[in-house]
Ligand binder design. Structure first.
Ligand code: SF4
Ligand code: SF4
Length: 298
């Protein structure tokens, strides 16, 4: 099972059937437990996880987000700038999903977006004069998958509803837009800082650490959040995830929707200058002594 279709992946040997389908068009496909190829698609996976995938899976498994990330994912770079992504880890020395069992998917109710889409691919496009994305669909037909021979025809719309894709897409849409915007900024502003990648990673994938960050004293010194709003963020993970996207847009693109305390921006800039100066001095001392920065040699 491969990750969601991306237009740039349309190579000569691609299993994608190059016919664009719209929501009310039909395709032939059915997957069920009695089919001869049952589970075969889960034996060779390459699945990129989205923030909502991680939220659902970590709750399904009763884990904190950082435990889930540590046990069940591998990091990768999503682009040439090193934008961090995470993929589902495979079973030791194989390319099989660690969640596949003889009975099928052991996390079926919380399976990731890519698993829900299969055997469809989706491509989002935005026309020049529009602010809305248009979604188009493709059938992904891999040789091992016999579901395409089953006598069931359904519309893309019905298939999406059956697989619960609408909710996943809705909750991941804003995050996908952040990735696209960050990528499109890339060549003009150069490689983003490590700090912005760390923020991106935490807000996107590590929701439990983001919750700790939001309730920390340092966050409270800078951002003005009413007690009611804070209570709702602490109690509702979906609210927190969406707030994380807002926070990312503010930190990365200056889209200021979260009020900042008076004087906090100046105070932060001052502290940043002090830290930079401290780092410069440590480097200078290290260069003079021949030791790495921060190493006193004791
Ligand atoms: S029909 Fe396709 S999707 Fe279903 S189990 Fe077989 S290979 Fe997987
Ligand atoms: S999460 Fe479930 S459906 Fe997706 S690849 Fe793993 S076993 Fe298959």
């Amino acid at each position: 099972m491969q990750d969601n279709f991306n237009f740039s992946d349309l190579l000569p040997k691609s299993p994608v059937i190059p016919v664009r389908l719209e929501l009310d068009e039909t395709f032939q496909f059915s997957c069920h437990k009695g089919i001869a190829c049952f589970n075969r698609c889960c034996q060779n996976i390459d699945i990129t996880l989205t923030p909502y995938d991680i939220l659902r899976l970590k709750n399904h498994l009763g884990l904190k987000s950082f435990e889930f990330l540590h046990r069940h994912t591998v990091p990768f770079e999503m682009d040439g700038h090193g934008m961090p992504g995470v993929k589902l880890k495979t079973r030791d020395d194989t390319s099989a999903c660690q969640f596949v069992t003889e009975e099928g998917c052991s996390v079926y109710a919380s399976r990731p977006t890519a698993c829900r889409y299969y055997a469809l691919g989706m491509m989002s496009m935005r026309t020049k004069d529009s602010s809305d994305d248009e979604d188009h669909y493709f059938v992904v037909r891999e040789d091992h998958c016999l579901g395409h021979l089953e006598p069931r025809h359904q519309t893309i719309r019905d298939y999406r509803t059956e697989q619960g894709i609408d909710t996943y897409d809705e909750l991941n849409r804003e995050w996908r837009q952040i990735i696209l915007k960050k990528r499109s900024c890339g060549p003009t502003i150069g490689r983003p800082s490590d700090r912005s990648f760390q923020l991106y990673f935490m807000c996107s994938y590590d929701l439990d650490s983001f919750r700790e960050f939001v309730r920390s004293e340092s966050f409270g010194r800078v951002y003005e959040i009413s007690p009611e709003a804070m209570e709702s963020l602490m109690a509702d993970e979906l609210e927190l995830m969406k707030f994380g996207f807002r926070f990312l847009k503010q930190a990365l693109f200056g889209e200021n929707t979260i009020p900042v305390m008076a004087g906090a921006a100046e105070e932060r800039a001052k502290r940043r200058r002090e830290i930079n100066e401290q780092e410069r001095q440590e480097h200078r001392r290290g260069a003079e002594s021949g030791l790495p920065p921060g190493d006193s040699g004791k």
